[in-house]
Write a protein that binds this ligand. Sequence first.
Ligand code: AP5
Length: 217
Amino acid sequence: MVKIIFLGPPGSGKGTLAKKLSEEQGFWHISAGDLLREEVFKKTSLAEKINEYLKKGALVPDEIVVLVIKNKILASAAANFVLDGFPRSLSQEKALEKMFRAINSQIDGVVYFQVSEDEAVARLSGRLNCPKCGAVYHAVNKPPQKDKICDVCGSELFVREDDQPVTIKNRYEVYQKQTKPLVEYFSKKKLLSVLTATGTIEQVYQNLSGILNKISR
Ligand code: AP5
């Protein structure tokens, strides 16, 4: 079983590549952001609190994220999976290590999506999401066939509330301060592979496949 983490700045393509990996190679895709947005959408008891942070582009407190993601991780012991957007801080990494100890498992590798800030911001600025099936498009790089309509399920596409310029800037700052230190952390543990995340989605997927072959050997 191959267990990997996708680490990288907002807009670097983690979700897009994780979805592709899930469709083409059957990996479970566990996305912290998707799970948190689902809580908000379903108006659970955590929804209001979570939304306060999502709207600002700040990290949701650890105890809430861990609560939301833990069962998915524990249930994935016998699967190939990709963790997208978790951990995002050293304290979350410690929580993750504890979860893995509980299922007698471990992470096999961490893929770091390397892309310039300008490129990532341009990607986020044109992103379009499907509220029903979760498909992700881009106005220029990956436009839907019909304007603002999902190719997969026909729903009307929307722009995420946190994809506004001020919030994108804040998410970037949060990434630099709280998440980027994990790059060095995983590098020291010899778990880090750097993925060149520029080029077309297909090219990045080819690069990723090369890395996965090495990790799973
Ligand atoms: P989350 O949803 O995880 O957002 P993020 O990490 O900021 O990442 P994004 O979804 O913005 O980008 P991505 O790298 O997945 O890029 P994508 O594939 O969509 O988290 C949102 C919020 O939730 C956080 O701000 C925080 O509040 C909270 N949260 C989440 N995890 C948390 C945690 N662990 N702890 C605490 N709080 C947490 O691609 C972007 C666009 O680019 C798309 O339009 C796509 O079509 C396009 N694209 C992708 N690849 C390419 C390519 N190669 N060429 C051209 N275009 C491309």
